[in-house]
Write a protein that binds this ligand. Structure first.
Ligand code: GA4
Length: 327
């Protein structure tokens, strides 16, 4: 089922579009080809045989469920998410709203241990579950960007992954809870999380068995992504689009709410560089025929610009080499 990109939130049945699936245990050359193809075409794929232990996934999900089942006043002690902590309905600093509640955490272990005190009755357990999960998905994100670098013939295979592994990396973890909705004949689909692309390098997403995620194709069609709790979904972020000089595309996505009796719980690891890192196309991606499409900027600079706009607004246009307003 494909949903046309229009302001209407109604769905329309057209041709089925298959979400690309990449088996990370495949032979290297085949793997490189599939990863590049999926990232060029959709900026999105499902990663199977990812190697993240099931126990690491379930421990984090259980911590999330335990937190979201607390009373509103207890949860509020961990908020507001400005920028880190518990948030409910408000997304970001510019008045965006969504039908969800969430925990937003910086991945720095000191920050996690500090935050855990207001989130959990057993902060040690919570920190351990979060740190173990981050360590595992960080490895997965690094593996993917190393495949990307190798697949694009970038001489330094670690050019991007070393930014994510850096001790000062600005990576973030988010646990979203979209509460169950009551079914009624008058019920209309609503927005859980509005359309946007992620500003970071790469996002590693996982959810329980409840759907709602949709991705937008280059042709502007919205495709529902069937949930798969045992696998991860990989999304290209804006910073990777810039580093590859537009060869890979960041994926626009959103979460729609449907009539469900169970809540959707999703976890996203947003792999980011340190704030002072320059985000510029990798030298291999620039040539006389393909000059840099972007002006150089630091991650701190881009993040500030991204966070100053509402969801749905493209931030990358502000950094195009020949932005009409900057000429
Ligand atoms: C989208 C990706 C991450 O969830 C996030 C989001 C952030 C927020 O929720 O505070 C933003 C959004 C995200 C992009 C534009 C700005 C900032 C909300 C918003 C309106 C944590 C991120 O880094 O950027």
């Amino acid at each position: 089922m494909v949903v046309p990109s229009s302001n209407s939130m109604r769905t329309k049945k057209t041709n089925a579009v298959r979400i690309p699936t990449v088996d990370l245990s495949l032979e290297r050359s085949e793997l490189l080809e599939l990863v590049i193809k999926a990232c060029e075409q959709y900026g999105f794929f499902k990663a199977v045989n990812h190697g993240v232990p099931e126990e690491v996934i379930s421990r984090l999900e259980n911590e999330g469920i335990e937190f979201f089942s607390k009373s509103t006043s207890e949860k509020r002690q961990a908020g507001p998410a400005a920028p880190f902590g518990y948030g409910c309905r408000n997304i970001g600093p510019n008045g965006d709203m969504g039908d969800l509640e969430y925990l937003l955490l910086h991945t720095n272990p000191l920050s996690i241990s500090d935050r855990s005190k207001t989130i959990s009755n057993d902060p040690n357990n919570f920190s351990c579950a979060v740190n173990d999960y981050i360590e595992a998905v960080r490895e997965l994100a690094c593996e993917v960007v190393e495949l990307v670098a190798e697949g694009l013939w970038v001489p330094d295979k670690y050019a991007v992954s070393k930014l994510i592994r850096d001790a000062h990396s600005d990576s973030v973890l988010r646990i979203n809870h979209y509460p169950p909705t009551k079914s009624s004949s008058k019920w209309e689909p609503s927005i859980g999380f509005g359309e946007h692309s992620d500003p970071q390098i790469l996002t590693i997403l996982r959810s329980n068995e409840v759907g709602g995620l949709q991705i937008c194709t280059q042709e502007g069609l919205w495709i529902p992504v069937a949930p798969d709790p045992t696998e991860f979904f990989v999304m290209v972020g804006d910073a990777l689009q810039v580093m590859t000089n537009g060869r890979l595309r960041s994926v626009r996505h959103r979460v729609m709410r449907s009539t469900i009796r169970k809540g959707r719980v999703s976890t996203m690891y947003f792999a980011a560089p340190p704030p002072s890192s320059w985000i510029t196309p990798l030298p291999k991606m620039v040539s006389a025929q393909r000059p840099s499409e972007y002006r150089p900027f630091t991650w701190a600079h881009y993040k500030q610009a991204a966070y100053s706009l509402r969801l749905g607004h493209s931030r990358l246009d502000l950094f195009r080499a020949k932005h009409p307003l900057l000429l």
